[in-house]
Design a protein around this ligand. Structure first.
Ligand code: NAD
Length: 414
């Protein structure tokens, strides 16, 4: 299997070729530039563990492109984090911010760690050390971290505080921070809320009933809020999985009760009418499948098992690109990650704007503006995909590339 980054580069070449970028912008080498990250930062963070021993952790921050604004992207804490994955995620951020028109570039961070194996004070020391090592590379106008898998408000508060100690009080140095430190109302639910909006639009466009059936992989920040929003709209959530297992019910799961179950037991396992292995989530009969966990959950070897007619990519790169042709040939519509999960970076942008203004918005205003941007981007991608006869992923890449190419041209080469 190709790595996620090589698949993304291949698709950039294909869509760039289709746009005729080399002919429109001769000599600018747009795709060559975007295929390579601006800067790769890798280092090890050494911290004192609670038992006095040294903990050594591999860390990354990739600054992919600042053509459209400061580098922007989450911080992933996971034992499987690796350089190729962080590069791929940073590249997707560049495309995502371009597609949804927020004035940021793309970046991503990662630490190779299983945070569940660390005490809270060990994790805090690690995040603070990570921040200290990046002091010269992050900043509100340079590179702005945010949450990703296994990081959230608490970790963003530590980054903010460490930066404040060593540099300046700059609220905009991270987004996704607690409201008490200048976070935005509605940021915590933004990615999941945006995913839910897109799922509803895509189901409507496919002629599905309002109360369609959905299945969701991953029940963390993105999955929980997507599930909650869809549940509130009357969508029947027939299965939810997380790293503990799967909960399913053909009549539809009671999502608020599932959230309480997870708070008590730590996972979704043991809820609902059947206990099935988490890997079976892809084949549960549902109209819309919403992966909200890690990359590559649908691969060449399990693509034929996908039961849904629509996949809405809440996660980044959940459908490996070599699995896509089989799904497309079966008529499965895929709403790509750079569109479907853009709600997080959109409200991160709103947070950054509020930090600069020092004027904070009501939650209704955040939600309304998020909705406006998500639906506008969805319509734009869908119409372009129909007009050009390409998949929604190709359409999204093409629209993002066009915007980046125009900016590269007007900036010029020195
Ligand atoms: P999270 O850490 O809050 O949740 C991840 C969830 O995935 C957990 O419930 C975990 O148990 C589950 N999971 C892990 N392995 C699994 C497996 N094999 N099968 C089923 N479930 C599994 O992370 P998150 O912030 O919700 O991010 C999820 C995805 O969404 C990632 O791909 C991330 O890059 C993407 N994303 C997140 C944001 C954001 O604002 N948090 C924004 C855009 C994209």
């Amino acid at each position: 299997m190709n790595s996620a980054i090589s698949n993304i580069i291949e698709l950039l070449k294909k869509t760039g070729g289709r746009l005729g970028l080399e002919q429109t912008y001769p000599g600018e080498r747009i795709i060559d530039r975007i295929a390579v990250s601006d800067k790769i930062i890798r280092f090890k963070a050494i911290i004192k563990m609670d038992d006095g021993s040294a903990g050594i952790f591999q860390c990354y921050r990739i600054q992919h492109s600042d053509t459209l604004g400061p580098y922007k992207g989450g911080t992933r804490l996971h034992p499987d984090v690796n350089l190729d994955e962080v590069k791929a995620l940073a590249t997707l951020m560049t495309l995502k911010t371009a597609l949804v028109d927020v004035p940021f570039g793309g970046g991503k961070g990662g630490i190779v760690v299983d945070p569940k194996k660390l005490s809270q004070s060990e994790l805090e020391r690690l995040i603070r050390k990570y921040t200290v090592k990046l002091l010269n590379d992050i900043g509100p106008n340079l590179d702005i971290p945010a949450p990703d898998v296994n990081s959230g408000e608490r970790e963003m508060a530590w980054i903010y505080d460490e930066y404040r100690k060593h540099r300046e009080l700059a609220r905009g140095v991270v987004t996704g921070k607690p409201v008490e430190l200048g976070g935005s109302l509605g940021r915590i639910s933004a990615t999941g809320a945006g995913v839910a909006m897109i799922a509803v639009e895509a189901a409507r466009d496919a002629g599905m009933p309002e109360k369609f059936r959905a299945s969701i992989e991953g029940f963390g920040n993105v999955g929980v809020y997507a599930a909650q929003k869809l549940f509130d709209l009357g969508v029947k959530i027939v299965a939810v999985s997380d790293s503990s297992g799967m909960a399913s019910d053909t009549k539809g799961l009671d999502i608020p009760a599932l959230i309480r179950h997870k708070e008590i037991s730590g996972g979704v396992r043991g809820f609902g009418d059947k206990t099935l292995p988490k890997e079976d989530i892809v084949s549960i009969p549902a109209d819309v499948f919403i992966p909200c966990a890690l990359g590559d959950c649908i691969r060449k070897d399990n693509a034929s098992r996908v039961a849904a007619r629509i996949i809405v990519e809440g996660a980044n790169a959940p459908v490996s690109l070599d699995a896509e042709p089989e799904l497309v040939s079966r008529g499965v519509a895929i709403v790509p990650d750079i569109l479907a999960n853009a709600g997080g970076v959109i409200v991160s942008y709103f947070e950054w704007v509020q930090n600069r203004e020092g004027f904070y918005w009501e939650e209704d205003m955040v939600a309304g503006r998020l909705r406006e941007k998500m639906i506008h981007a969805y319509r734009k991608v869908r119409e372009y995909s129909i007009g050009e006869g390409v998949t929604m992923r190709e359409a999204a890449y093409m629209l993002a590339l066009k915007k980046i190419a125009r900016a590269v041209r007007v900036r010029g080469i020195q």
